[in-house]
Design a protein around this ligand. Structure first.
Ligand SMILES: C[S@@+](CC[C@H](N)C(=O)[O-])C[C@H]1O[C@@H](n2cnc3c(N)ncnc32)[C@H](O)[C@@H]1O
Length: 326
């Protein structure tokens, strides 16, 4: 790359979900006997910035703990991935953690950040291109639970493919969905691909609940932002002051659940559709499943991956797994 020309990302591959998909997901979720909304829609541009602010909260141990593990083991991970790798990141967000890998990797061929949040993805990709002037960055705006293809970038050759899926985002899936996702990723990436995935571990309930209900109210604002987005994009009539954020620990399913609790009996419109709420009724907006090390290894095996390495922090709060697609 000529030092005088600023490195820029490749043209965005744009598979952003349509407004119609958003509307269908919202109507279906609010029509269910136990109301729910798909968590992927938490991430509009404002939602993505609020998530970045959550990562800075003292209660939110996952980001700093995972970053610590990646910092300590970046060289081991780089050895596992090998030279001239094509690196795909699922749910790339602000693209902070991948820098730790990129700095350690031997001559990475291309980096493909995949995220549903279009504007945030564009900004993060531009920043990455600026900071890694010799690296090709090829952003893909897509819902990674739907079918999409990875673009071949002209002039880029690579020796192997790897994926990075940090942030314990895999915990947003139920166990069955996580197996399905990993199985689909194996087909997308190809046999022999390596997947580096961040997995949050089971721990005491107080630590978990505090992480998803910080004292500054940032997670609450993040959760309520989904109603704001429905108002803005779908003609919703949600009064945000009539709902409150709640984080619940579900012991049986080993997961934190985020809910929006209706503070009173009320009727809400989305376009021309009307949805009644009882006082205390909730909209379930997100799950965050927690695993044991063995439990996640079994899940990965079910999806067709061999676990080749696992790294944790000294307090066993969080884990990073290296999986090889069989
Ligand atoms: C928990 S955040 C993690 C962000 C970042 N990777 C990190 O570790 O801090 C989840 C990220 O995945 C993206 N995301 C969530 N659901 C998605 C989906 N179905 N398809 C694509 N991206 C999704 C969000 O926009 C967000 O950037």
């Amino acid at each position: 790359m000529n030092g005088s020309i600023e490195n820029r990302p490749e043209k965005l591959q744009d598979f952003e979900p349509s407004l119609g998909e958003f509307r269908d997901g919202v109507i279906e979720g609010l029509s269910a006997p136990a109301k729910t909304l798909p968590c992927k829609f938490l991430y509009d541009d404002r939602g993505s910035h609020l998530f970045d602010a959550i990562c800075e909260q003292p209660e939110y141990y996952p980001t700093r703990t995972e970053t610590g593990i990646l910092t300590r083991h970046a060289r081991d991970i780089a050895r596992t991935l090998g030279p001239e790798v094509r690196l795909v990141e699922f749910g790339s967000g602000a693209g902070i953690k991948i820098r730790l890998l990129l700095q350690a990797l031997d001559n990475p061929a291309v980096c493909l950040p995949v995220d549903i949040s279009r504007e945030h993805l564009l900004a993060a990709s531009a920043a990455l291109a600026r900071d890694f002037p010799d690296l090709r960055i090829a952003p893909v705006c897509a819902d990674y639970t739907a079918h999409f293809e990875l673009p071949e970038i002209p002039g880029v050759t690579y020796r192997s493919t790897a994926a990075f899926f940090p942030g314990s985002t895999i915990g947003n899936f139920t166990r069955t969905e996580a197996v399905e996702f990993l199985d689909g990723a194996r087909k997308l990436l190809g046999q022999g691909a390596t997947m580096i995935v961040g997995v949050d571990l089971i721990k005491n309930e107080d630590t978990l609940r505090a992480a998803y209900d910080d004292a500054a109210g940032v997670t609450a604002a993040f959760n309520l932002n989904l109603l704001r987005r429905i108002n803005r994009d779908l003609g919703g009539s949600f009064d945000l002051s009539r709902f409150r954020h709640e984080a619940r620990w579900n012991t049986e399913l080993s997961r934190i659940e985020m809910h929006l609790v209706s503070l009173r009996e009320q009727e809400v419109l989305v376009g021309r559709r009307s949805f009644p709420f009882r006082a205390g009724e909730t909209i379930h907006t997100e799950n965050s499943h927690k695993y044991s090390l063995g439990g996640f290894r079994d899940l990965a095996a079910e999806a067709g991956y061999e676990t080749i390495d696992v790294w944790t922090d000294e307090n066993q709060l969080f884990s990073v797994h290296a999986l090889r697609a069989q």
